[in-house]
Write a protein that binds this ligand. Structure first.
Ligand code: CTP
Length: 396
């Protein structure tokens, strides 16, 4: 049960229609819900729907034009245990980050002392626009929690980032924040992405890892309040947060150096990188020219970064590895868990179609050192990330 007071701010984007579901979920969990709508949002969802579902009057203007009664934004802000703005349009994010207050929702935001969560929603080019990113960063450093938009089909017909997260997920984030599932004082080190092992000035040995899983874990960890050190191989991904230190590396050797430098400062380590097991013995300084027949490349083993971290782990540290397996998945994952002396290992079996490197979904099983086996359904990687962090929270 969530017997808390949730103030829901609705702004003028097409995703506003989903807020009806969000209100229902929150009410069904036992929350008291009051809603403030910007005038523009009533083009997207009727105030009657919002007031009926929330079982409370809806606040739109600074004063009621029929009765002349003032809608006290300070009182509303103080009433709330949490202020959630969903969808948050680019316009509202820009105004919030600059302290503008030309509507009741913005005046309430400026008066609020409780935690504020926003779930942005807009078209993909707006979401990528430097001005939006700048404003979002400002809000993050002002202490606002952000539920980043996801990727998918947009109202414009285009596909990409900008879709508001689903109501079920937003409700989960609200619950996590309210029930203080955050572990704000903990530091977490995450490795992500592939490594590239140089052959010559124009070639390398790499793999298909997109870094998505590691970055999702980092994003969700930030949301939960962790201070994150993300050591990433070469990926085309962006993540910004005041509590994030991102260290970009290329090779396994560089990744190892950065892990060695940072591991002892962290209480939790999640090693999600797809590290190359081998690197060329000699790196040619010149581009290697093709020969007529066969070509041999001599490789040598890279150090096991996860193995090093597990060997150099103190009692207070929790370490989790990943096992990507094509066959005998359970046996292989279990032997890695034991051989590397990990606290837990996330098994990602390639026997489950559409759940690995480049895909948006994952189906995982977590094996822990006490013999526990936790299985999870196939889900988007963002939700898998939350499952992994919730598992760690309960194990630590
Ligand atoms: N890992 C690492 N450093 C390496 C290799 C792997 O930190 N040099 C980490 C990965 O990030 C992952 C786990 O170890 O968490 C994967 O285990 P690993 O021993 O790499 O499995 P594989 O190399 O896939 O083993 P095998 O080839 O025997 O299946």
């Amino acid at each position: 049960m969530l017997s808390k007071r949730i103030l829901l701010g609705i702004t003028g984007g097409i995703a506003a229609y989903k807020i009806a579901y969000l209100i229902r979920i929150l009410k069904s969990k036992g929350a008291e819900v009051k809603c403030i709508m910007t005038p523009a949002s009533s083009d997207f969802i009727s105030p009657l729907v919002v007031s009926t579902l929330s079982e409370n009057p809806v606040f739109i203007e600074f004063w009621n034009k029929d009765t002349g009664v003032w809608n006290n934004h300070v009182e509303l802000a103080l009433w709330a245990d949490i202020f959630v703005i969903a969808p948050a349009t680019s316009n509202t994010v820009a105004k919030m980050s600059n302290g503008l207050c030309d509507n009741l929702l913005l005046a309430t935001y400026l008066s609020a002392k409780c935690k504020t969560i926003i779930a942005p929603a807009m078209d993909l080019d707006m979401y990528q626009h430097p001005s939006f990113k700048r404003n979002l960063l400002q809000l993050i450093s002002d202490g606002v929690h952000v539920i980043p938009a996801t990727s998918g089909k947009l109202a414009s017909g285009l596909e990409g980032h900008g879709r508001m997260e689903e109501p079920e997920y937003i409700a989960e984030c609200i619950q996590n924040t309210l029930l203080n599932h955050s572990v704000s004082s903990k530091n977490i080190l995450i490795t992500a992405g592939p490594t590239y092992e140089k052959i010559d000035p124009v070639r390398y040995i790499g793999n298909y890892s997109s870094g998505k899983m590691g970055f999702e874990i980092a994003e969700k960890a930030l949301f939960k309040g962790y201070v994150v050190t993300l050591i990433s191989g070469p990926v085309q991904r962006e993540l910004h947060h005041p509590n994030l230190t991102r260290i970009d590396v290329t090779s396994a050797h560089e990744m190892m150096e950065k892990v060695v430098e940072n591991w002892s400062k962290n209480e939790v380590g999640i090693f999600a990188a797809a590290v190359a097991d081998y690197r060329p013995i000699d790196i040619s300084t010149q581009k290697i020219k093709k020969s007529e027949s066969e070509f041999e490349l001599k490789l040598t083993r890279n150090a096991d970064i996860l193995g090093w971290a597990a060997k150099n782990k103190s009692e207070r540290q929790f370490i989790m590895g990943f096992a990507l397996e094509t066959n005998n998945s359970m046996e292989n994952a279990l032997s890695k868990l034991n051989a590397k002396k990990l606290d837990a290992i996330v098994l990602n079996s390639m026997e489950n179609e559409g759940t690995t490197f480049q895909s948006d979904c994952n189906k995982i099983t977590i094996l822990d050192k006490r013999g526990g086996i936790s299985t999870f359904d196939k889900k988007p990687k963002s939700e898998v990330a939350l499952d992994i962090l919730n598992f760690i929270d309960s194990a630590c």
